[in-house]
Design a protein around this ligand. Structure first.
Ligand code: ADP
Ligand code: MG
Length: 682
C-alpha cells in the first residue's frame, strides 16, 4: 500500500487508461486522490417523472419500458428507448451511438440523470447518465463530483477509479495536524476531508472538506513564507536618517512632481526618518514616474552617509537607470556606478572594491548585485525595480547586503492587497495613481494579420514625422513547433521591405549584452528609427520619442505584459499608438484585446485579466515561486487565508504548547520539504 504507486497498476486502469490519466496530471495514486473535482452536481434528489422540470438537469429512477427504436436522418443515427416509473414515462435519446440499444434490458431499473427536454409533445433526455439502481451508484442519488477530463476519459470511469482508490488507500493518507490543532481550528481530519471532497456525504460536509483543504494549502504556503522571513528579517529597529534638504535635488529636475509622486515620496521619507526599518512597496502604472522617486530616496540615504542600490531585472533597464541617475547625480556630487553580468571581470573587480570601501554611493545593477562577492560598506537603502520579476528570496538576499537596510520595492504590475501581504509580508504600500501631466492616452488598435501592411504604413508615417517605433515579436527566431512571428525573420523582412529607407535595429534576449546595449543606446540616441525586438524591452525602457509600438501575435501575450509593452510609448506629449496584430481570434483573445483598446489603466487591466484568466494563471504562480494552490482561491477564500496566516504566526511563535508545536513543526517541514524548498529556493 503505497500512495506513490503508479496509477497504471491500479485495478481497473491499465496502460491505456494510465496514458489518458497522465494527460490530466495523474501518474500515481496520490495524484488521483488529490485530483479534486472541478465542481459538483446535486443529484441527491430522485424526482418522479411527472414532477421533472423541463430544461433542468435532474435525476429520476425508471425502468426500461419498451424496445429501442432507431431512425436515420441525414447520416445521423438516432436511438430512442422509452422508460417509465410509477408516475409517468419519457424517452431517452442518443445520437450516433447505435450500440447503446444492446446495453439495456426490458424491465431493468436505472437511476438516470440528464437534462429534461420537451419537443413535439414528447418529454425526453439526450445522452443520459445511466446506472443500475441496485448497484452502488456514484453518478446519481448523491452530490456528484465533476472532474476536469480529457478526450477518451469519462466522468463515470474517473469516478469509479477514484472511488475505489479512496476505499483502498484512504488510511495511507497522513494527518499533518495534531488532534489539538484540528479542534482548535475546527478542522476536519484529512481522511474525512479527502473522502468528502470527492464524494460528499452532504453539502455541509463538502463545505467542511473544502475548508480543511484550503486552510492546509494556505497554511503550508504561509509557513514557507514565514520561514524565509524569519531567516532574513531578523532586525527590526533601523537606521534613523537625518532630514535632508531636497531643494538642490529638485532644482535639477526638468519637471515638478505630481501630487501622487509627492505623496509617495513623503511616505517613503517618513519611514526613513522614523528610525524603523522601511519595508515598502511602491506601485505605480507604467510611466507614472517611479524612478525619480527612487532617486530622491537614494539621495537622502547618500546624504546621510549611507550607500544605496537599485536592482533591475534586465541589463537594458540597469543601463538606462544608470545613465539617467548619473546625469542627475553627477551634478549633486553623488558617485554612481553600474554593475551587470556583461561588464569585464577587471572592471567588475574594481567596482566591487570601490563598493566595499565606500567610494561608490549608488550602485545600479542586475542580479550581479546580489552575488556573494559584492559587499557594501554600509548599504542603507536597497531598491528593487520591477519587483514582479524577482522571487522572494532574491529580495531577501539583496536586503541582507546591509544591516537594517531599508527596502523599497517598485512594481508596475498591480496586485491585490492580500496577495501583496502574502508575498511581501508586512510591507507598507504606496501607490502612484496619476500620470505626469500632458500625457495623451495611447491610442490602441487591435487588428487581424490581414491588415499588417497598413499598420506598417502607419508606422512609416510616424517615422516621417521624426518619431521612432517598436515592433515586438513573441519569438527570437522562427520555430518549427510554434507558429508565431520571430524577431529575426520580421527584421529581415522589413529592413529590406517597407522600411528600407529607414534605420532598423534588432534586439533580443539571445544576443550578447554588448550587442544588445549597443543597439539599445542607438535607439535611445535616435540613431535607429525602428527597433524590432522581443519582450526584452518590456520592462522600464524609456524612449520618449517613440510614439508607436506594433505587437505581432498579440494573442500570445498576457494582458499585463501587453500593458507593460504599451507603456514603452506615450512617454511624452506626442500622441502615441499601440497596434496589436492578432493572427488567431478566439473569443478569449477577442475579449482580451478589447480590454486593451478600451482602457489604459493598469489596475483595471489587471482586474480584467483576472476575470478572464482566473487568479491561478494571472499570478503566474511559478513566477512568484509559490507552490500551486489547488483549491484555494486568493479572492474567494480571503477569510480562510487570514485565519491560516494567524494560525501560522501562533504556530511559529510557539504560542501555547511549545513542545507540541515544535514536534509538529519539525514533522511539517520534513513532510513538505519539497514544497517549502520550492518557496525558499526561488
Ligand atoms: P515608471 O513608473 O514606469 O518606472 P519612469 O520612472 O520611467 O516611469 O518615468 C517615465 C518618464 O516620466 C521619465 O521620462 C521621467 O523622467 C518622466 N517623469 C517622471 N515624473 C514626471 C513628472 N512629474 N512630470 C513629468 N515627467 C515625469
Ligand atoms: Mg520603471
Amino acid at each position: 500500500m503505497d500512495l506513490s504507486k503508479p496509477i497504471q497498476y491500479v485495478k481497473g486502469v491499465g496502460p491505456k487508461r494510465a496514458l489518458l490519466l497522465k494527460r490530466i496530471g495523474i501518474e500515481t495514486v496520490k495524484d488521483a486522490l488529490e485530483y479534486y473535482p472541478r465542481e459538483y452536481e446535486d443529484r441527491e434528489k430522485i424526482i418522479p417523472i411527472d414532477m421533472l422540470k423541463i430544461g433542468e438537469k435532474q435525476t429520476f429512477k425508471a425502468y426500461i419500458a419498451g424496445k429501442a427504436r432507431e431512425y436515420r436522418i441525414k447520416g445521423l443515427i438516432i436511438t430512442k428507448i422509452p422508460v417509465k416509473d410509477g408516475s409517468g414515462a419519457l424517452e431517452l435519446v442518443w445520437y450516433n451511438q447505435p450500440y447503446v440499444k444492446n446495453n439495456f434490458k426490458l424491465g431493468e431499473e436505472y437511476i438516470i440523470n440528464g437534462r429534461i427536454s420537451y419537443k413535439y409533445g414528447q418529454v425526453y433526455v439526450e445522452n443520459p447518465t445511466m446506472d443500475k439502481s441496485d448497484v452502488l451508484n456514484l453518478n446519481a442519488g448523491r452530490i456528484v463530483p465533476i472532474y476536469k477530463l480529457t478526450d477518451g476519459l469519462s466522468q463515470k470511469i474517473l469516478r469509479n477509479i477514484i472511488y475505489s482508490l479512496l476505499k483502498e488507500y484512504i488510511n495511507e493518507i497522513e494527518e499533518i495536524f495534531d488532534e489539538d490543532f484540528l479542534t482548535e481550528y475546527n478542522l476536519l481530519g484529512i481522511r474525512k476531508a479527502i473522502k468528502n471532497i470527492h464524494f460528499p456525504e452532504s453539502p455541509e460536509m463538502l463545505e467542511r472538506a473544502k475548508y480543511r483543504l484550503i486552510f492546509q494549502e494556505f497554511f503550508i504556503l504561509q509557513l514557507g513564507l514565514n520561514l524565509i522571513k524569519n531567516r532574513y528579517d531578523i532586525d527590526k529597529s533601523g537606521i534613523k536618517f537625518k532630514h535632508v534638504d531636497l531643494s538642490e535635488f529638485l532644482n535639477n529636475l526638468k519637471f515638478t512632481f505630481t501630487k501622487a509622486q509627492d505623496k509617495a515620496l513623503n511616505e517613503i521619507l517618513n519611514d526613513m526618518y522614523s528610525g524603523k526599518v522601511m519595508n515598502r512597496l511602491l506601485q505605480g502604472d507604467v510611466g507614472s514616474g517611479k524612478t525619480i522617486i527612487a532617486a530622491a530616496a537614494m539621495y537622502v540615504a547618500v546624504k546621510n552617509g549611507y550607500q544605496a542600490s537599485i536592482l533591475t531585472p534586465t541589463e537594458i533597464l540597469a543601463k538606462q537607470h544608470y545613465l539617467s541617475l548619473k546625469e542627475l547625480y553627477d551634478k549633486l556630487g553623488v558617485k554612481t556606478e553600474l554593475l551587470t553580468g556583461s561588464i569585464s571581470n577587471k572592471r567588475k573587480n574594481l567596482i566591487i572594491e570601490k563598493v566595499k570601501n565606500g567610494e561608490i554611493d549608488v550602485l545600479v545593477g542586475t542580479h550581479s548585485l546580489i552575488e556573494d562577492n559584492v559587499q557594501f560598506k554600509n548599504l542603507g537603502l536597497a531598491i528593487t525595480d520591477e519587483q514582479h520579476r524577482f522571487g522572494v528570496r532574491q529580495r531577501a538576499m539583496f536586503k541582507n547586503k546591509g544591516n537594517q537596510t531599508n527596502v523599497l520595492v517598485m512594481t508596475a504590475t498591480p496586485i491585490p492587497r492580500t496577495l501583496a501581504l502574502m508575498l511581501y509580508g508586512d510591507l507598507d504600500i504606496s501607490i502612484i495613481d496619476e500620470l505626469p501631466p500632458g500625457r495623451k492616452k495611447v491610442e490602441t488598435y487591435a487588428i487581424s494579420g490581414a491588415l499588417r501592411e497598413r499598420a506598417y504604413k502607419f508606422v512609416v508615417n510616424e517615422i516621417k514625422k521624426g518619431h521612432q517605433a517598436y515592433i515586438v515579436c513573441p519569438l527570437i527566431e522562427d520555430s518549427q513547433t510554434i507558429y508565431a512571428k520571430s524577431a529575426e525573420v520580421v527584421y529581415e523582412e522589413i529592413y529590406k521591405g517597407v522600411f528600407k529607407d529607414f534605420r532598423v535595429g534588432l534586439v533580443h534576449g539571445g544576443m550578447n549584452s554588448n550587442d544588445k546595449d549597443k543597439v539599445m543606446s542607438e535607439f535611445v540616441d535616435g540613431e535607429i528609427d525602428i527597433l524590432v525586438s522581443t519582450t526584452v524591452i518590456e520592462v522600464g525602457v524609456n524612449v520618449p520619442n517613440a510614439t508607436v509600438i506594433v505587437i505581432e501575435n498579440a494573442e500570445r501575450f498576457g494582458l499585463a505584459q501587453l500593458h507593460q509593452l504599451r507603456g514603452r510609448v506615450g512617454r511624452s506629449s506626442h500622441q502615441s499608438y499601440c497596434i496589436l496584430i492578432a493572427y488567431s481570434y478566439s473569443d478569449v483573445v477577442k475579449k482580451r484585446l478589447k480590454v486593451m483598446t478600451e482602457t489604459n489603466d493598469g489596475f483595471k487591466i489587471a482586474e480584467k485579466d483576472l476575470e478572464i484568466r482566473g487568479p491561478g494563471e494571472f499570478f503566474g504562480v511559478k513566477q512568484h515561486g509559490l507552490p500551486e494552490l489547488k483549491l484555494a482561491n486568493l479572492f474567494d477564500d480571503i477569510e480562510i487565508l487570514k485565519l491560516a496566516q494567524k494560525a501560522v504566526e501562533r504556530f511559529i511563535s510557539y504560542d501555547g504548547n511549545f513542545e507540541r508545536h515544535s514536534k509538529m513543526k519539525a514533522e511539517l517541514i520534513e513532510r513538505f520539504r519539497d514544497k517549502l524548498e520550492g518557496i525558499i529556493l526561488n
